[in-house]
Design a protein around this ligand. Sequence first.
Ligand code: UDP
Ligand code: MN
Length: 346
Amino acid sequence: MIRKREHWLLALVIAGGMVLCWLVFSRCTSVSLNEVLSEYVEGLTWRQVNHQVVLNHRLQSNQAKLMEPVRTDVLTVTPWLAPIVWEGTFDPLVIDEAFRSHNLTIATTVFAVGKYTRFLRDFLESAEKHFMVGLDVHYYVFTDLPGDVPSNVTLGVGRLLSIVSVPKFDRWQEISLRRMEFIQTAIEDHIHREAHYIFCLDVDMRFHGRVGSEVLGRLVAAIHPWFYMYPRSQYPYERRAVSTASVPQDQGDFYYQANIFGGVLEDVHRLTKTCRENLEVDKSVGVEAVWQEESHLNWYLVKNKPTKLLSPEYVWDDARGRDTKEIKLIRFSSVIKNKADVRENP
Ligand code: UDP
Ligand code: MN
């Protein structure tokens, strides 16, 4: 009887020991992965991430389950089968690994004309922390004030900044409108030789979270943070038939914000060229679309569907607050600016 109890106690001790070992082991592996991940978030490039950890992650990464959708609260694919990128829909390590071996260069255009040069420092410093970390990035800063471009922002390995001179414009609308023309020309002149993808960004913005290889695609646009809950008849498209950007009430999919768009060089070139031509047709008859180049971008994307859409996580607006439950992570957002202070005209 006593021997039986001893056996039972011994079995209990062994089982307890095994559970303890398992707990310690699983904690060690997850801690080391988390440590590397947090360092990665802090700016380590892929080249510096230990290959073994990547392999470990691949073994540990969750298997996608067909009957267990990762997001049930939002649309994650369009009717033309383009993905809509939301937090939770992709695994950053898996997607980075898929793109890593291609040695991609991402051209990134940003305009800072007149007083908007004041936004450059935060824009660049936050981009170095969160934008395309581990990929080669070539920033093209279009400005009329080259001397005001901060020269002491530390760029990571494989990252470059070039200044492109543009004239000073009298009206802010003109700057906004002519971006399409300048981007088109720069792609033709040199960017087509210098990069695989191009992203065109507003400067009065800041990165707060990862914007990485998950955004790469042929033609990519981001859903405007203020209009995604409205029916299309209420989108602020240009509606006047006299403008080439006119979209009828019963057309359109999503309203995109022009603060970030991109894709492969060929597709973005076609987009900027078409918008530039349409902007000039409008100008020749004395018409300016209601939201300038954003109206033309939206018209183009009704006719030419983007192949990847970015959720409003990728183009948030600080003025909209942070308590929206579908937005799990704000990645890139417009800062609140005093328009009267930074713009040359009302
Ligand atoms: N911009 C500029 N100088 C100006 C006005 C505009 O450089 O005086 C550029 C800048 O890149 C800015 C973009 O054009 O981010 C769009 O203008 P803005 O951000 O004022 O438009 P919003 O996002 O408020 O519609
Ligand atoms: Mn802006």
